[in-house]
Design a protein around this ligand. Structure first.
Ligand code: SAM
Length: 249
């Protein structure tokens, strides 16, 4: 079927591409890449010779119209980004929106995503979470954003860049307090994969003291807000007290 396929690519380990993804990339008429040179390396590694076109933040709206015209002519298209799942802090939203409005099929493939990979290994509650993308670069906007999230009970997930990690951790200590539990996942699926966890103040200190912790790709996660009643006694203690109360005369 003629369709726009949304195809995740690895976030480090090349073995994380699916056989279905390789099959789609091989058989579509065109691959829309965030960066054709970057993706060229990945595609040639897998022996994929499909024609490429660039689709990035600066040309997405124009290119979307042209891609719709390609679909109208019966040509299937795959969208990939530099790494991970397209549209997740990456281009593609305008394209998918436009393609759907034009009445064409959109077929998303599941695959690598740094946020989900990080969350699943973090040890933080995963029943409810909020993906917040990148924190603002300017301190004032960053603190405004964090203050608005301060009492959110869900696990919060942020993407980070290595040169801003210390500033972001400092803002988290300021907005959420030094005791908020956080987990920093670095270089996921790669040789130097590291998880750092502890209080916001402790993680900040560790990252400040060790320049290696400021390198590579980073996902930052914060435990959600715990109201007074639940933070004073852990759920285990509360459950134990309930059982004791039932047993007492
Ligand atoms: N679309 C991608 C995805 O599905 O995860 C995210 C693209 S976004 C432009 C890049 C950010 O994702 C990085 O700054 C980092 O926060 C996170 N990221 C990507 N790969 C990662 C990895 N291997 N380990 C940790 N974080 C990673």
């Amino acid at each position: 079927t003629t369709a726009l396929y949304i195809v995740p690519t690895p976030i480090g380990n090349l073995d994380d591409i699916s056989t279905r993804a390789l099959d789609v990339l091989k058989h579509v008429n065109l691959i829309a890449c965030e960066d054709t040179r970057h993706s060229g390396k990945l595609l040639s590694h897998f022996g994929i010779e499909t024609r490429k076109t660039a689709l990035h933040d600066h040309n997405e709206r124009d290119r979307a119209k042209w891609i719709v015209s390609q679909l109208a002519e019966g040509h299937s298209v795959a969208l990939i980004s530099d790494a991970g799942t397209p549209l997740i802090s990456d281009p593609g939203y305008h394209l998918v929106n436009h393609v759907r409005e034009a009445g064409h099929r959109v077929i998303p493939l599941p695959g690598a995503c740094a946020a989900i990979t990080a969350l699943s290994g973090s040890g933080l509650p995963s029943d409810r979470f909020s993906f917040e993308g990148f924190l603002p670069a300017k301190e004032k906007s960053r603190l405004d954003k964090l203050n608005a999230l301060k009492e959110d009970p869900r696990t919060l997930i942020f993407y980070e860049s290595p040169h801003r990690i210390v500033h972001s951790l400092e803002s988290i200590v300021t907005a959420f307090g030094s005791e908020r539990e956080i987990v920093m996942a670095r270089e996921l699926t790669k040789t130097f994969e590291t998880f750092l966890s502890g209080s916001a103040a402790d993680v900040l200190q560790t990252v400040k003291d060790d320049a290696n912790q400021q390198r590579g790709e980073i996902v930052l996660m914060c435990h959600g807000y715990r109201s007074e009643e639940t933070s004073e006694f852990s759920p285990v203690v509360i459950d134990t007290l309930k059982i004791l109360c039932q047993e007492l005369p």
